[in-house]
Design a protein around this ligand. Structure first.
Ligand code: ZN
Length: 629
């Protein structure tokens, strides 16, 4: 289908709506899950539309991403140098995708002119055989000569995702036609019957191709994704100094039981493999995904919902290697895991996936942005020392953009599609996974009308869900009960969730769910050496941190030791904790027992949500706190 317009969209206007009936639940269109501005998530989406997306559009212009196309087509002097990293086109694709989901959510037309201009530019820059990547066309590398590092298929993957989102949400197929021509070329070159064997050093195209298959219904798009998953781990890539695990080429996907290497690559690959499962039902693939998911989330995830402790190769560390100050914790890794965990939920259900998505949304993802929505963290450490200096991707403060700008537009597209992760349906029930003020349109099979969710969550734990409409007898409402909620009530009565972690009531009745959001102390697995002897303060889904701006006079963040036996108190400013400040000794090392205990000064300190740190005077911050006990 190179020259014909794409077939009308058959998939729902949401990410990852499978064609096959393999999974246990189906997503809802982003336009059917309206997060209201009175809630935390809806307000965030409004800020995304009003501040983050326009900021990203401005930055694409300032950073030269669009000029990289213009110089190719002669709109500007062709001698203008190429600008940015080799994969700079993917920043453009991600911003287009963010705009697409925003159209799907709100119906905005504010970005139509920009879309017209940019998609026209992409179409004109495309070569006659379908190839389109400005860095290669500018001569930075030979075409297909460096699959390990050139990111060509990664860039196409992001283009496909943007094109599919635009088709689903805006009904426009101009970018899809461009993407399909490039996919045809890739299929002829690297497909199951292609001229060559090759996969991309940076997984991403796999999940995109399955989404394309959902849109076009063309089996060859699914087959191409599957082919690339099959080849991964068979040594087709030439490993450099970081080893084959850097790009997950050390072990076939179905045999791997752990996550390894570059965290973003691993997590996009897992999302793609899970997508393939959702269309094929291949048990061996899901089995591998289960084990890998457990490894990622029970041994290699930060409490904030971030991944990747190593700066050098942006990789997962060993199991339990989770240092707070040296956390790399790239924003994109959290977003990639949002994709994966959501697909795992669709594949086999259970509240553990929604628990992780909640942890990610309210902590790592939220902390990656400033209060205004236009400054970003790339790395998201859980401790910032007072003398921390900025490194390339790990600055002391959030920045408006990065030379490697993968994260900011990724945040924009994740927030615009966030409604997709809030609820799902089966033939007999609607499940609410994330709690925020929302109006959710019921699909026909479950009746008619709107499910209204009203809550001040996460400020308090009361979630009221009512049906404004009618539902057949037997239709149920399922509400996720987070694992941290120790006492849960429904309509005032104590209630235990079903074994899958969901409470179920008749949909017609609605429910008043009350979760226990009292502050609590959390300890890490004893093998997480980096935080041994420390506790973290959590409240509901929120991880807390202490920041220098809140410390009493003369008290430094790193000298605070908390009393865990006196209950933390919720106040207007945060959660106050009783603690002592212990001045540090001068000696770096001393014989055990040779130093007199330093005089401890009782203090009360205020902790704030980790998501909000770094919005005042720059200074020290830490999540894990030594205990005084
Ligand atoms: Zn990134």
């Amino acid at each position: 289908m190179t020259d014909q317009p794409a077939s009308p969209s058959r998939a729902a206007a949401t990410p990852a709506a499978p064609r096959a009936d393999v999974g246990v639940a189906r997503p809802l269109p982003v336009g059917a899950v309206r997060l209201l501005p009175t809630g935390v998530l809806g307000a965030w989406q409004d800020r995304n539309a009003q501040a983050t997306i326009p900021h990203c559009i401005d930055q694409l212009e300032a950073a030269g991403n669009l000029d990289n196309y213009r110089r190719l087509v002669g709109d500007i002097d062709p001698a203008t140098p190429y600008r940015g990293f080799i994969f700079a086109d993917s920043d453009v694709h991600k911003v287009i995708e963010a705009v697409a989901w925003e159209i799907g959510r709100s119906g905005t037309t504010a970005f139509d002119g920009w879309l017209d201009e940019v998609i026209d530019l992409l179409a004109r820059a495309q070569e006659p055989d379908g190839y389109l990547m400005t860095a290669i066309q500018a001569g930075l590398r030979e075409r297909w000569a460096d699959l390990e590092n050139a990111h060509e298929l990664y860039v196409l993957g992001h283009m496909v995702q943007a094109a599919v989102a635009l088709q689903r949400c805006a009904g426009r197929d101009d970018l899809l036609r461009v993407a399909l021509r490039f996919v045809d070329l890739v299929d002829a070159t690297f497909g199951p019957d292609g001229e060559r064997v090759g996969i991309c050093g940076h997984p991403e195209i796999e999940t995109a191709l399955v989404e394309l298959y959902r849109e076009t219904g063309e089996q060859r798009h699914l087959a191409l994704a599957q082919h690339m998953i099959d080849l991964r781990g068979t040594g087709t890539l030439v490993a450099g100094g970081l080893g084959p695990q850097y790009f997950q080429d050390h072990e076939p996907v179905r045999q791997a039981r752990t996550v390894a290497g570059h965290a973003v690559r691993q997590l996009y690959l897992a999302a793609g493999a899970t997508d393939v499962y959702l269309e094929t039902g291949e048990a061996e693939l899901l089995d591998a995904m289960h084990d890998q998911w457990v490894d990622a989330h029970e041994r290699k995830m930060y409490i904030s919902g971030a991944f990747g402790s190593r700066h050098r190769d942006e990789a997962f560390g060993s199991a339990y290697e989770l240092p707070s100050d040296r956390a790399y914790a790239e924003t994109c890794a959290t977003i990639a895991d949002l994709h994966w965990s959501w697909r795992m939920f669709l594949a086999d259900g259970g509240s553990r996936y929604g628990d992780v998505v909640e942890r990610e949304i309210h902590n790592a993802l939220a902390a990656s942005l400033d209060a205004g929505g236009t400054r970003f963290f790339y790395a998201n450490p859980l401790q910032s020392r007072p003398d921390k200096h900025s490194e390339e991707s790990a600055p002391r403060e959030r920045l408006p953009w990065y030379p490697c700008a993968c994260c900011p537009p990724n945040i924009a597209r994740a927030v615009a599609q966030m409604g997709a992760y809030v609820a799902s349906v089966t033939d007999s029930e609607i499940a609410v996974h994330q709690f925020a003020d929302a109006d959710i349109d019921l699909p026909e099979a479950l009746g008619s009308g709107t499910v209204r969710v009203r809550t001040r969550y996460p400020e308090d734990g009361v979630v009221e869900v009512t049906l404004d409409g009618t539902a057949p007898a037997g239709a149920r409402l399922a509400l996720r009960v987070p694992a941290w909620s120790t006492s849960t009530t429904v309509d005032g009565r104590a209630a235990d969730p079903d074994p899958d972690g969901y409470l179920r009531v008749p949909l017609a009745d609605g429910a008043r769910l009350e979760l226990d959001v009292a502050p609590r102390w959390t300890v890490a697995h004893p093998r997480v050496d980096a935080v041994r002897g420390c506790v973290a303060l959590e409240r509901g889904p929120l991880v807390y941190a202490i920041e220098q701006a809140d410390m009493p006079d003369g008290v430094e963040v790193d000298d605070v030791r908390v009393h865990t036996d006196s209950p933390p108190r919720v106040t207007e400013d945060g959660v106050t904790v009783s603690a002592v400040a212990v001045p540090p000794p001068s000696a770096l090392y001393a014989t055990l027992g040779s130093t007199a205990p330093a005089p401890a000064r009782p203090v009360t300190v205020t902790a704030i949500p980790f998501a909000t740190w770094g919005n005042r005077t720059p200074g020290a911050m830490r999540v894990w706190l030594p205990t005084a006990d």
